[in-house]
Design a protein around this ligand. Structure first.
Ligand SMILES: [Zn+2]
Length: 301
């Protein structure tokens, strides 16, 4: 009996000694990649809800407690979280996740950033010094982020590094298969114009060779005015009439809510209207990452 107990007790002690890495992530899209890499080896908390605008997150006091206990913080970077994260980080007083430590991970490292301004001019709206922070709309950037997360996890929890590396390879393989499927699906739409609400989708547009330079917001972060909407819709209408561009504009909006209404003039003039969630769990009724290319390509799924 003594031996039997010894056999059972010992493995339990070994498991307890290897605490899971406590991972806090700013946004749910980054959290889904962290989950792919960390699997059961991590405790994972996403701060922003999938339905929230990642620029303006409702910073609750409970976030400070979560950050205080974190072993690693993953943030998007490029000032995406600048409006809400810094005071929380300061309040958390956790040396493990301060800038410059292995527990502080900027996920945009290694990403080719778009719309990096030559000079910073805030009168042009919510522009960011490091460029457009919505790099996750190009699914291929998910691979760079995943690699970055895996190496951070390996550094912080070397015992689980083999599992993280295996999870990374599995994720890369599945994403590669999806990428070639999506490229095939969107190939017939190369060069077509897409009007969007916010400049969220420019990485997506570049990845799939779509043209995107008309936004329903007059400046990033500034809600559309009737005059701007009329001008934007007039421009697309004129171009459609004189045939400068193929008439197949699709208005992709980052969030459902009442933004649907601002795309209505385009829809009336023959554009397809796709209401997309910017996050995979943003709205169960809207397409997830796998659904974006299908929806933009106008496929039924
Ligand atoms: Zn933005």
């Amino acid at each position: 009996m003594k031996n039997l107990l010894g056999l059972f007790v010992l493995p339990l002690l070994v498991v307890a000694a290897h605490a899971k890495l406590n991972v806090v992530v700013t946004t749910p899209d980054l959290a889904s990649i962290a989950r792919e890499i960390g699997g059961d080896q991590i405790e994972l908390t996403a701060l922003a809800r999938p339905t929230e605008d990642p620029h303006f997150v409702d910073a609750k006091p409970s976030f400070i407690v979560k950050l205080n206990k974190a072993g690693v913080l993953l943030e998007g970077g490029a000032e995406l979280e600048i409006g809400w994260l810094p005071p929380l980080l300061q309040g958390a007083r956790n040396p493990k996740i301060q800038s410059g430590t292995p527990g502080y991970v900027l996920c945009n490292e290694g990403i080719t950033m778009l719309e990096v301004p030559a000079t910073l001019d805030r009168s042009k709206g919510d522009v960011h010094a490091s460029g457009n922070p919505h790099f996750m709309s190009d699914p291929a950037n998910g691979k760079i982020v995943a690699k970055h997360i895996a190496s951070a996890f390996c550094q912080l929890d070397p015992k689980s590094c083999d599992v993280f590396k295996a999870n990374l390879i599995s994720f890369e393989n599945r994403l590669d298969a999806k990428l070639s499927e999506w490229r095939k699906l969107l190939a017939p739409h190369k060069g077509k114009e897409v009007v969007t609400y916010h400049n969220y989708w420019i990485y997506f547009a570049k990845a799939f060779d779509l043209k995107m330079d008309l936004y329903l917001e007059p400046k990033p972060g500034i809600p559309p005015t009737p005059a701007h909407l009329a001008g934007a819709s007039g421009r697309s209408h004129r171009e459609n009439e004189i045939g400068q561009h193929k008439v197949d504009r699709r208005a992709a909006l980052p969030k459902p809510e009442d933004r649907r209404n601002s795309g209505e003039p385009h829809r009336r003039r023959g554009a397809g209207l796709a209401v997309l969630s910017h996050d995979e769990q943003g709205n169960p009724k809207l397409p997830r990452l796998d659904g974006f290319p299908r929806e933009v390509a106008g496929e039924k799924f």
